[in-house]
Design a protein around this ligand. Structure first.
Ligand code: FMN
Length: 191
């Protein structure tokens, strides 16, 4: 086993504030290919990604804020300022959707969303292993249907699951205290 890979995995953490350089074209290929390795019941491949790069990212922030306003679900000025601050320098943003293929009634929707979530986590880890920071957020209109629609995630067909931002950390990543897994694991012995 590669201890470097395990060390990297155990060192992953999220970073919201990132800037250029983002992953190169080849690195982005690798990150997206990692998403395709997610466990996926029934091989439904439910994950869908809308890629935004460079200026399109900040432009999307303005678009989403406007759509929320027009939809009667306005974002508070404080939250809008936070979203602008977050997306101002992000070089790569993926909007994440889960396709609900209604023709398949065998695999529950929850499992499709879990597979999509697993795809995101693979990307978070891949980005970290390549030396970038990433962050998953539902912070900008994720639960406003009109925002999902603007990303071509028709709420009848998709669950919009938020955004993943990728880039270079703007500040040193502080270490984050992690819980002891013993607090979360019990053993069933059959006795
Ligand atoms: C589905 C999902 C949505 C999230 N949305 C937000 C969010 O909107 N705002 C936020 O501060 N953190 C959000 N987080 C948490 C961050 O992505 C991140 O996990 C958290 O800051 C802890 O950092 P860590 O990943 O290093 O433990 C979300 C996490 C998940 C799994």
């Amino acid at each position: 086993m590669s201890s470097a890979a395990i060390d990297s995995l155990l060192g992953r953490r999220s970073m919201k504030f990132v800037q250029a350089p983002g992953p190169s074209e080849t690195e982005l290929d690798t990150i997206l290919q990692a998403a395709m390795r997610a466990p996926d019941h029934g091989q439904l491949r439910p994950w869908r990604f809308r890629l935004m790069r460079g200026d399109a990212v900040a432009k999307w922030a303005e678009t989403a804020i406007r759509i929320c306003e027009e939809a009667g679900e306005p974002i508070t000025p404080q939250k809008a300022a936070g979203a602008r601050q977050w997306l101002k320098n992000v070089p790569i943003l993926l909007a994440v959707g889960c396709y609900i293929d209604h023709s398949n009634t065998r695999i529950p929707e929850e499992e499709r969303m879990l597979a999509t979530g697993a795809a995101v986590v693979n990307m978070l880890n891949a980005a970290h292993m390549l030396g970038y920071s990433a962050y998953w957020s539902t912070g900008l209109g994720t639960y406003v249907d009109e925002v999902a629609e603007a990303l071509d995630f028709d709420p009848l067909e998709y669950r919009f699951m938020g955004y993943v931002s990728f880039g270079t950390a703007m500040r040193e990543l502080p270490t984050r205290e992690r819980p002891d897994y013993h607090d979360f694991v019990t053993e069933w012995t059959g006795e």
